[in-house]
Design a protein around this ligand. Structure first.
Ligand code: C5P
Length: 316
């Protein structure tokens, strides 16, 4: 039996701007994405039966076709039926460390790991671009999860331009365990409130995307300037998620008020809030202050460094 163990890291958004509507019903976005070290561990194995089997240690993660990791394996099975038949079924075991329904791309990164792992297991020889384009068929964040590091993402979020890796900073993640936000709900609510501001002409859309490439966030990343990055954190989805969830607003405020925090913001469609810190000690101090200020057993906090790559094979 062949067996591959992969690490599938989470992401945060340092910048998320909603530009307008797309003909496919999604939104045109301009984002700056960043991988963090907090990762799920995905074990892929061959099965003697002709099936796809998903198991996960987290009770809320489904084991059926609604799991993106399952769908990633099914997609490769469909595209490469001979390899599927030759190798037999696929076992996918997910050790969930990334919070679920959190705005950290936990489901997408697991699917990215399945694509990367099956490509190796079946010796398909797919390029990174080919894997990313298969991933884009399943979810907008999957292409970024494959390459990882620091990148600008445009289009639905699937067009990735890597930029200088941001290094050396630490991240404190905070999430209420029982709270999750539906991404479709967040975008739908945003549309209902802000549609009148949407950019419609192609030229203006391209100009908005270009503005991110040449803008202050990307310049601050090139200079590894943590203070400026923290001042330029931006996420349009905060406008709909924070008013709906005052607890998340309070968590964001508590993180931002810590003297050691360079800045704080919600990631993706939330409800995870992150704070940036210069050192591991600062990050631990933020975690301590926030957990003492918000006395709620439902609140979970993690400290994790940034990471410069996406899905990778675990070195044993
Ligand atoms: O691609 P993904 O599965 O992550 O998208 C989840 C949902 O988020 C979509 O069904 C859509 O409602 C919304 N979305 C969007 N525009 C994007 C990405 C996601 O409206 N660019």
């Amino acid at each position: 039996m062949e067996r591959y163990v992969l690490l599938a890291p989470a992401k945060i958004n340092l910048y998320l701007e909603i530009i307008g509507d797309r003909p496919d019903g999604f939104h045109e976005l301009a984002m700056v994405m960043q991988t963090v070290e907090l990762s799920d561990r995905i074990t892929l194995s061959t099965l003697s039966t002709d099936t796809i089997r998903v198991r996960c240690n987290h009770p809320e993660v489904p084991n059926d076709e609604s799991n993106l990791a399952y769908r990633a394996a099914a997609l490769l099975g469909e595209k490469f039926p001979k390899a599927f038949a030759r190798h037999g079924g696929i076992g996918i075991d997910i050790e969930k460390n990334i919070p679920v329904g959190a705005g950290l791309a936990g489901g997408s990164t697991d699917a990215a790991a399945v694509l990367v792992g099956i490509d190796m297991m079946w010796k398909l020889g797919l390029t990174r671009i080919e894997l990313q384009s298969l991933g884009a068929q399943l979810g907008s964040d999957i292409p970024f999860c494959i390459s990882g590091g620091t990148a600008i993402a445009t289009g639905r979020g699937e067009k990735i331009s890597p930029i200088t890796d941001l290094q050396g900073l630490y991240v404190v993640l905070g999430k209420y365990r029982s709270l999750s936000v539906s991404t479709p709900w967040a975008y739908k609510t945003y549309r209902s409130q802000f549609e009148s501001n949407y950019v419609r002409e192609e030229a203006s859309l391209l100009a908005r995307q270009e503005r991110v490439h040449s803008g202050p966030m990307v310049a601050a990343i090139a200079q590894q300037d943590g203070e400026t990055i923290a001042q330029r954190l931006y996420n349009d989805l905060e406008k709909v998620v924070l008013p709906e969830h005052p607890k998340v607003q309070a968590l964001r405020d508590a993180c931002a008020a810590c003297p050691e925090a360079l800045g704080a913001m919600m990631s993706g469609s939330g409800p995870t809030v992150f704070a940036l810190a210069k050192t591991l000690e600062d990050a631990k101090a933020i975690r301590k202050t926030v957990s003492s200020q918000i006395d709620d057993e439902d609140l979970a906090l993690w400290v994790t460094p940034l990471h410069s790559a996406g899905v990778r094979v675990e070195k044993l």
